[in-house]
Design a protein around this ligand. Sequence first.
Ligand SMILES: [Zn+2]
Length: 263
Amino acid sequence: MTERFDGGVVSAWATCVREDNPGHMTLDGTNTWVLRSPDAGPGARSVVIDPGELDEPHLRRVLEAAAPVGVVLLTHRHHDHADGAPRFAELAAAPVRAVDPALCLEADPLRDGEVVEVDGVRLDVLATPGHTTDSASFLLREDSALLSGDTVLGRGTTVVAYPDGALGPYLDSLAALRAAVDSVGGPVRLYPGHGPVLPDAGAVLAAYAAHREERLAQVRAAVDGGAVTADEVVRTVYADVDKALWPAATLSVEAQLAYLRDH
Ligand SMILES: [Zn+2]
């Protein structure tokens, strides 16, 4: 059994407030990230990434760690990351930004390639569709850290949540993240949306890409062997995976079948 990740201070720049909402999809719970420049003076504002669910005690704990807050960013629209954002924005009197304009409050949507800057915290915004169409990741160069939301997790692999998510964009996003990580020079740590901090984001990205290729080959073989529906493919390809994860696996298989139809 792997050790549970409880969050806390992970670097001079970053603190994780881990929500108490463990589950199959959330692992140990949702990681809410609080980023603040160690070089900025007292009163410097923070950046909060993914307030989590509408969970008042959690949001209060985040506020305690984060106030004053310059901006709230969302990695994607799923409830375990975004549902608490309006309430947190109210508590912190801060705007909310996301790729999806519908999630933004008092601010513009995030654009791929822009740099979000708040009191010495500079984040490269990377649009990384795949897990969902609106997924984004953030590179904090000064801390050599990649904040990956659910695009890359701290443990296991993620779901391509078909039909919102799609495999072609997901593979492109993994490649874009590898290029971004390489551009930092030296090891880059992974600060994921769920699960522990990992020391080498580049290695994790390579493993994710290899895993996707492997699963795709298995799905192709299952289809060649006569499997037609996603359920039939899951029974063959995900036989080694906990059955509780099969509903999620079915979404990923739907995404892979759609990808194979187009490629
Ligand atoms: Zn999540």
